[in-house]
Design a protein around this ligand. Structure first.
Ligand code: ZN
Length: 445
């Protein structure tokens, strides 16, 4: 081999493969020859016609196999770009008579898996880009169809999934309803997400938030899987409760309401009260209440000094609101600090007594709701499931849904959500490992 051929083979980077011919081609597939003017090559793609120097290997078992059954047709694979040029690898894989597989199987190529049109290393590059940008943007950047990028991302994520250790049995389950956002035009505006509280990973996503939605998942569990479940942490939402209650094999599970969902209810009551107090009593009062929603909902210690001053002033305007705000902060502290079921029960009774004393309807309703769900709130203090990871799931969900793709394919949404939550790309080391996954040449497909 001449020095040029050696360099090209080294850049291609697959043992046993050489570049026989490298040429530029226009988007229409016409050879472009730059005679002294490299500007002519702008916008062209680089085609690498390769050849296998070693004995061909069977894609079924990976063993070397000399018996060629038939010559294949020429195929092309999209690879990582070189400089400004998209790169296509061109090769005609042969069909082999494999004795071990006792079949006629296509030859293994080093850069891609069977029936795929993008190389493994490009798939991993695209998946990295898709973790930070919408697929449409990544597709435009690479000049690839949207569907190709989406499939490539799926293959890379699947390779990552196969590299993970087997998952432990599901013991603590998070059950959550999620809004799909205003922009989507689906008949069903909500989905239900089932997650593993111990790892924070989404397990299942289904359309709707009804009892039937949850039953679809529960009914698919084996008796062993049901037995392994200790508890559910979920929204204070009757449909979920009924679904678990009516499913045979789950009589032993504890149902808990985690602080996130309890505080969501408390926050709703605070917001209803804010509107009832300020918005029905003239423009002056309305001006006081307007734009201060988050001031009231945010935890006190998360406000800046300026916000705290504003909040103190707001609460001084209305005694009822001040007492309700205090109730909110006490409930937050109770959920955080109650050391066991007894402490939670006593604290909850204190909160309930105060909700009964108020004349605000929103707070009364909140009290009734908390009383109705007291068992599950007390059970939370007894079990203390690690619900912190669910916050990461919630944040990533928001980011994915805001980007606005993949609503219809729930399995895709779940896998992508799992990928961004585990975030193998977050550290330089993790990113390196993920890139390496796309460069391994497997023994067999
Ligand atoms: Zn074989």
């Amino acid at each position: 081999m001449g020095q040029r051929s050696v360099s090209l083979a080294q850049l291609l980077g697959f043992d046993g493969w050489v570049v026989e011919e490298a040429f530029f081609e226009s988007e229409l597939g016409v050879h472009v020859v730059a005679t002294g003017r490299y500007a002519l090559l702008r916008g062209t793609r680089l085609v690498l016609r390769v050849r296998c120097r070693w004995r061909p290997r069977c894609s079924g078992c990976g063993s070397a196999c000399d018996a060629v059954h038939e010559l294949g047709t020429t195929r092309r694979w999209r690879d990582l770009p070189w400089s400004t040029h998209p790169v296509l690898i061109e090769y005609a894989p042969r069909r082999l008579k494999c004795r071990l597989c006792a079949a006629h199987l296509v030859e293994l190529v080093a850069w891609a898996e069977a029936r795929q049109t993008t190389t493994r290393r490009l798939q991993h590059q695209l998946a990295i880009e898709c973790a930070a940008a919408p697929i449409s943007q990544v597709a435009a950047r690479h000049g690839l169809p949207w569907s190709t990028v989406r499939r490539a991302e799926g293959h890379a994520i699947a390779r990552w999934e196969r590299s993970l250790p087997p998952t432990a049995p599901l013991r603590q389950v998070g059950l959550d309803e999620k809004y799909l956002g205003r922009r989507n035009r689906l008949a069903e505006k909500f989905v239900t997400i089932v997650s593993n509280l111990e790892t924070g990973e989404p397990i299942w996503i289904g359309a709707g938030r009804s009892k039937e939605t949850v039953r679809r998942w529960l009914d698919a569990l084996t008796p062993e899987q049901k037995k392994a479940i200790d508890l559910f942490a979920m929204d204070m939402y009757a449909a979920f409760y009924v679904a678990i209650d009516e499913t045979p094999g789950l009589e032993h599970v504890a149902i808990t309401h985690d602080p996130f969902h309890v505080m969501k209810r408390v926050g709703e009551a605070v917001d209803d009260a804010r509107r009832a107090i300020f918005f029905r009593s003239g423009p002056e009062q309305r001006a006081i209440g307007r734009g201060r929603r988050w001031l009231l909902l945010r935890a006190w210690e998360r406000n800046t000094a300026e916000q705290k001053a504003d909040l103190r002033w707001l609460l001084a305007q209305n005694g009822k609101l001040a007492r309700l705000y205090q109730l909110k902060e006490e409930t937050r502290a109770l959920l955080r600090d109650a050391v066991d079921g007894d402490a939670m029960l006593h604290g909850l009774e204190r909160v309930l007594r105060r909700t009964r004393r108020t004349t605000l309807n929103a707070v009364r309703r909140l009290g009734e709701s908390l009383e109705h769900h007291a068992d599950a709130i007390v059970a939370y203090a007894e079990w203390r499931p690690p619900t912190g990871r669910i916050e990461a799931l919630n944040n990533n969900w928001e980011a994915l849904v805001r980007r606005g793709r993949g609503y219809r394919d729930h399995e895709y949404l779940r896998r992508k959500l799992r990928f961004v939550i585990a975030n193998p790309l977050k550290t330089p080391g993790g990113l390196r490992t993920f890139v390496d996954l796309g460069q391994q040449v497997p023994r067999a497909a």
